[in-house]
Design a protein around this ligand. Structure first.
Ligand SMILES: CC[C@@H](C(=O)O)C(=O)SCCNC(=O)CCNC(=O)[C@H](O)C(C)(C)COP(=O)(O)OP(=O)(O)OC[C@H]1O[C@@H](n2cnc3c(N)ncnc32)[C@H](O)[C@@H]1OP(=O)(O)O
Ligand code: CO
Length: 134
């Protein structure tokens, strides 16, 4: 059901510092920051030849990543995102298999303008999983 690894997300305490590391130290192609109020995050994408790194900073008062940053003040790996062909088919299969879909279960538009859903980390070996329809 899952296809390519779309991105690995890293929560960071200082987005400017993280951008400088990836762009100036690691020499990567880095996007401009984008505020996504619907998701409670600011994102920067690091474009690698075979996948992307999503750098995340909390945005607004009810960010879903605020507690993660409190628990991991230096930042850390937050989620992996796999591509799927049909997100509703994938969601229904995952629910039938007993996985918990986060939020209200309806896809939201993600950072790439495509539908995304999140799966509870306790159901996937302690790893928060995002699926994105491509
Ligand atoms: C930009 C849009 C989009 C894209 O297109 O790429 C994004 O990526 S947006 C990214 C941010 N959005 C989300 O993360 C949405 C889904 N996340 C959530 O709903 C919550 O973050 C959460 C996963 C339910 C966690 O909620 P939280 O309030 O932070 O913590 P809890 O106390 O409820 O956590 C329960 C349990 O799970 C552990 N946990 C929390 N986050 C993670 C994580 N990222 N990876 C692994 N484990 C995680 C947490 O430690 C708790 O464990 P216990 O203490 O053992 O109970
Ligand atoms: Co993501």
């Amino acid at each position: 059901m899952i296809g390519r690894l779309n991105h690995v997300a890293i929560v960071v305490p200082d987005l400017d510092a993280a951008v400088k590391q990836y762009r100036d130290v690691l020499g990567a192609d880095v996007s401009s920051p984008l505020d996504l109020p619907d998701h409670g995050v600011t994102t920067v994408f690091v474009n690698l030849p075979n996948t992307k790194i999503e750098l995340l900073l909390p945005f607004g008062e009810n960010s879903p990543i605020a507690k993660f940053l409190e628990n991991n003040p230096s930042g850390g790996m937050h989620h992996v995102c796999y591509e799927v062909d049909d997100i509703l088919v994938a969601r229904d299969k995952l629910i039938a298999e007993g996985a918990r879909v986060l939020g209200n279960g309806e896809p939201k538009t993600g950072a790439h303008g495509k539908p995304v859903l999140f799966l509870h980390p306790k159901d996937f070996s302690g790893t928060l999983v995002e699926i994105e329809q491509v």
